[in-house]
Design a protein around this ligand. Sequence first.
Ligand code: AP5
Length: 210
Amino acid sequence: MNLVFLGPPGAGKGTAAEQVAKEFKIPHISTGDLFRAAIKNRTELGNQVKEITEKGDLVPDSLTIEIVKERLKIADATGGYILDGFPRTIPQAEALSGFSNVTRVLNFVLDDAEVVERLSGRRVCRSCGRGYHVRFMPPKKEGVCDVCGGELYTRKDDSVESIHNRLEVYCEQTEPLISFYRSRDLLTDIDAKPSAAEVFEAVRKLLEDR
Ligand code: AP5
């Protein structure tokens, strides 16, 4: 099961991917998470991508493609994977088809108003990376991760300015991937508006039926 999760920022790709990865025992590979880890660890890659990601622009294709190509060589990905946030441009999708065989693309569909509400209320654990939402998925104790007790923070790219930029970037550079994968008969739309539990159930059923 080689899956790609596509959709606008904040559509719930990461939330669903975490649950699908656990259910089907395949790794959840998020390019956004890989970049954030590099920034946190102040690596050379982190320094290169810090400003770009905080503004909500895209990291250059050559860099992103190389990172994913290397990540897919790791043994845990040989039995399947979920790519969350990659590909995000046509050149990335073309490159991916040269080094891996994608079996299904799930397109998480959500309108802009809902995207803004989800992203502006998102909180993330600084220690374990678990995601929350102040209204839709609040932690038991405000500002504290239920799982590890870590501090919850707001991502820099979840500022109003960056959210609007990310939506524009999505529209211009990522949306064309919908026709790219639909024309190859690989794409299934997922209504991302219901609760996270309902979205996961829809995805689980779809993947089990295949
Ligand atoms: P990335 O981390 O991939 O950001 P994104 O695509 O904008 O996606 P998000 O993580 O913001 O949203 P999501 O869909 O995973 O939603 P989530 O589940 O968290 O990338 C960050 C940056 O890295 C990019 O801007 C770019 O700079 C760079 N980058 C990454 N990949 C790249 C690439 N391929 N090429 C170039 N550059 C790249 O949910 C959002 C919120 O909603 C949470 O609070 C959650 O709790 C809540 N929520 C989730 N589901 C539901 C639900 N069903 N109902 C109610 N609330 C929900």
